[in-house]
Design a protein around this ligand. Structure first.
Ligand SMILES: *[C@@H]1O[C@H](CO)[C@@H](O)[C@H](O)[C@H]1NC(C)=O
Ligand SMILES: *[C@@H]1O[C@H](CO)[C@@H](O)[C@H](O)[C@H]1NC(C)=O
Length: 380
């Protein structure tokens, strides 16, 4: 069928080789790849490839940077709205529209400030206008989606973005949003809340045909799947199946196969328990909830996901590559049909926030936190 992620959609447009190869550094331990350090950022969160090989990188305080890996030049794109920075909150994801080369539309997610210290995830789109000195601006910014509850605290926004692209038919402009439950738990099971859900929207934020709860109206119409906690990675495999990774509580990080209308059970069931020691029944106690395809205790803290579709790391084709905070590197999960099984830990030595794949099959990784580096991984 040939579904490709946002990343790959962007990548399909990218082809040339870097003009000036950045400096390779010795890997921290024997790994089956070479690591190239491109540059570093202030608390980077996500990245998206542009058709001209440059890369947009979000920084959590609310900066959008544009980096040219060939020269390492780093510019700024102005026009990012004010973000609620703190804890897990701030500037989040960035994705380019499947027809970016025609419409220059960039999509961003962020923690939007409310009143009295409350906040909620929001998604906006804007036209990216670049100038000749390596910078630019977001213009005509329009918020197309919001979490319908703003709450206190600054955890569990989720807010990863993914465009669906069906290479076989007309280019799809379906936008997937992973919406975290803001540490409120119960909204994950409530159809009057769009927190703790996987959402499926049109590129203007309206509800497309075919959503499973459309007849309920309201925010329920946005919902594709529910019972989700803090989903920080979503991607399609080449068969068009949607995979998701989410942080569990104390234990119980998950990789899920997301199915239309399914309920993943949070906070009723989990392979983990509450931080205060209260037990949560395991998935096998409640068959009406869909269990994860694999789970982790101790946790890996999954913060990003790509289903590998390249040729550079041939034996990894179809595998889930998870960026782990606690794992301090990548976790490779073999997917066979609808089953998943951890196959390898790939140590980076730092908390890793985001992983993407370029059109040549190289993996790009963002380290978390102050001075987080952008790394390019290619086979040794
Ligand atoms: C390009 O854009 C950046 C960011 O908006 C700005 O700082 C810079 O001055 C611009 N350069 C030119 C030549 O307009
Ligand atoms: C899909 O988009 C790509 C890139 O914009 C374009 O080259 C291709 O022709 C489009 N395919 C269809 C079927 O519209």
């Amino acid at each position: 069928m040939g579904f490709l992620s946002t990343t790959c959609a962007a990548l399909a447009l990218v082809s040339s080789v870097l003009a000036v190869p950045p400096t390779p550094v010795a890997p921290r331990q024997a790994n089956p790849f070479q690591t190239t350090v491109v540059t570093d950022f202030a608390e980077p969160w996500s990245l998206a490839f542009l058709p001209d090989n440059r890369i947009l990188v979000t920084e959590k305080r609310g900066q959008l940077r544009l980096v040219d890996p060939a020269t390492k030049a780093k510019g700024t794109v102005t026009g990012v709205p004010q973000v609620a920075y703190g804890g897990q909150g701030g500037f989040g994801d960035v994705a380019i529209h499947p027809r970016f080369s025609e419409n220059n539309l960039v999509y961003i997610s962020y923690a939007e400030p409310g009143t009295g210290g409350q906040s909620g995830a929001a998604v906006a789109r804007a036209r990216l206008v670049l100038n000749t000195s390596g910078g630019g601006a977001l213009q005509n910014l329009e918020v197309i989606w919001r979490q319908n509850q703003k709450v206190g605290g600054n955890g569990h926004y989720g807010h990863r973005l993914l465009f669906e692209r069906n290479a076989g038919a007309a280019n799809s402009s379906i936008l997937w949003i992973s919406s975290g439950e803001r540490q409120q738990m119960d909204p994950s099971q409530s159809m009057t809340s769009n927190l703790g859900k996987i959402l499926r929207l049109n590129d203007d934020g309206t509800v497309p045909d075919g959503n499973p709860f459309a007849t309920q109206g309201g925010v329920a119409a946005q919902v594709w799947a529910l019972g989700i906690r803090n989903p920080l990675g979503i991607d399609f495999d080449e068969q068009g199946r949607l995979w998701e990774v989410e942080m569990g509580p104390q234990g119980g990080d998950e990789i899920n196969l997301i199915e239309k209308g399914a309920n993943y059970g949070w906070p009723t069931v989990s392979q983990g328990n509450h931080y205060d020691g209260r037990q949560i029944p395991n998935h096998n106690t409640r068959s009406e909830f869909v269990a994860p395809k694999a789970s982790w205790t101790p946790v890996i803290s999954p913060a990003g996901l790509v289903i590998y579709k390249g040729d550079l790391f041939k034996s990894w084709k179809g595998n889930a590559i998870i960026a782990g905070l606690g794992a301090q590197g990548l976790v490779r999960v073999e997917i066979s049909g609808t089953t998943a099984r951890e196959a390898q830990r790939i140590r980076i030595g730092k908390r890793t926030r985001c992983v993407r794949q370029d059109v040549d099959g190289a993996l790009w990784v963002l380290e978390d936190g102050a001075g987080g580096r952008l790394l390019k991984l290619t086979p040794a």
